[in-house]
Design a protein around this ligand. Structure first.
Ligand SMILES: *Cc1c(COP(=O)(O)O)cnc(C)c1O
Length: 394
């Protein structure tokens, strides 16, 4: 094990080759379609993989980067300048304030207009005397019931652009699905596609025939709903090698002939803080919920729910040591968990545990851990502690 690995804490391993592989899967979907572009969603600290560490892996693979926070968009521009990377299109999907909008315009980062607070924002942009108009994508609410304009509001959106042509340039139109992941039957999604197409066409016409870049498909729709791919794919979870849901995997098998192989980018490992014998009758952890029925070799790991390991997994979870499943004993604590290594490592004074990932011929998936904690892979990875050290491996 290289000396770059943390010695007294858990750490995340990021596989650069897995990420490249996943990007190629989505490029491959598009091989027949020609010039369609690949967008990478790096919100939520790059789905918990770590914005700083993941950006150099994602940036060369994507044509467009999607973030939620304005400061992340500006951060992409800084890294590009610092490292001499070729510029990518960057779009801030989330809500943005007036000061941030001026900074985005100056940095040539695009923003999403999704409600009429932009009437005021446009005025504030003019006062800021921008060097160039801000590029704007219009969010159409086609049925998610979250942000975006309804069809009836789009004529007023066109008026807004006309009144503020000196500061706002319409560049794209987007929408987001409500229900692709949860079903194998896509009736509602197809209604959303129809509404989006109608809205995009109406907006383009009202703007005097400008051509707007259209994008709608996140991971699941990119895989299982070819008619939603439009000009750019907006891929999040599956770029990190995770399936949006079991239903999506089933549907992909049907739609694509076979489900593509996605390779998980992230592993989570932790070296033991202490390994010791407990005599029969000893208790482990808060609440004394576990008691040794025989002499037991335990490994104390310095990680817990503070780091993003879900407490709800207490009593259900295992980790891998020497390629074997080792159950956690007692409750997950803030900074500690305790592992039974009696069979996996009876002679060892130190162990390396895998909390997510592969060890020997055993693999412990994000989905298994998410399942123990009654949640989904999206929540589990995006809540991994931002403080955890991330190590990029080949
Ligand atoms: C999160 C998000 C995505 C990516 O979704 P995945 O299911 O992770 O691929 C795409 N578009 C928008 C608007 C999002 O909020």
């Amino acid at each position: 094990m290289s000396r770059a690995y943390p010695e007294r804490a858990s750490y995340l391993e990021l596989s650069a080759s897995a990420l490249r592989h996943n990007a190629l899967v989505f490029r491959g979907l598009e091989a027949a379609a020609g010039a369609r572009r690949l967008g990478a969603v790096i919100k939520g600290n790059a789905y918990g993989h770590g914005f700083e560490e993941t950006l150099p892996l994602v940036h060369p693979e994507a044509d467009v980067l999607y973030v939620i926070a304005a400061r992340d968009g500006l951060e992409v521009r800084e890294r590009e300048r610092e490292h001499g990377w070729a510029r990518r299109d960057v779009l801030v999907l989330g809500a943005v304030g007036p000061r941030e909008l001026s900074e985005l315009a100056a940095a040539r980062v695009s923003a999403v207009m999704s409600d009429f607070s932009w009437l005021q924002l446009a005025g504030e942009l003019r006062a800021a005397k921008l060097p160039a108009p801000l590029e704007v994508h219009v969010h159409v609410d086609s049925g998610l019931g979250r942000e975006g304009f309804t069809a009836g509001e789009l004529p007023r959106v066109a008026e807004l652009f006309k009144a503020h042509a000196d500061v706002l340039r319409p560049a794209g139109v987007l929408s987001h699905f409500a229900n692709v992941e949860d079903v194998t039957e896509q009736g509602y999604a197809l209604q959303q596609v129809a509404r989006f197409e109608a809205g995009a066409a109406a907006l383009e016409a009202a703007l005097g025939g400008v051509k707007l870049e259209r994008h709608m498909a996140a991971s699941a729709a990119s895989l299982v709903l070819p008619q939603s791919r439009f000009d750019v794919l907006r891929v999040g979870i599956s770029l990190y090698g995770l399936w949006p849901s079991p239903q999506t995997r089933l549907s992909a098998r049907v739609v694509l002939g076979e489900a593509p192989v996605l390779k998980p980018v992230l592993s989570w490992r932790c070296k033991s803080q202490a390994v010791k014998w407990l005599e029969a009758g000893a208790y482990v952890g808060y609440g004394c919920t576990w008691r040794a029925s025989e002499r037991t070799r335990i490994a104390v790991l310095p990680m817990g729910y503070y780091d993003g390991y879900p407490r709800l997994a207490s009593g259900k979870a295992y980790a891998l040591v020497n390629g074997r499943r080792c159950p956690f004993l007692g409750r997950v604590m803030m900074n500690h968990v305790v592992l039974d290594v009696t069979r996996a490592a009876p002679e060892r004074d130190e162990v390396l545990a895998t909390l997510i990932g592969t060890d020997g011929d055993e693999t412990l998936s994000v989905e298994a851990l998410a399942g123990w904690a009654d949640t989904i892979n999206y929540e589990l990875v995006s809540r991994l502690g931002a403080h955890l050290e991330r190590v990029v491996v080949g």
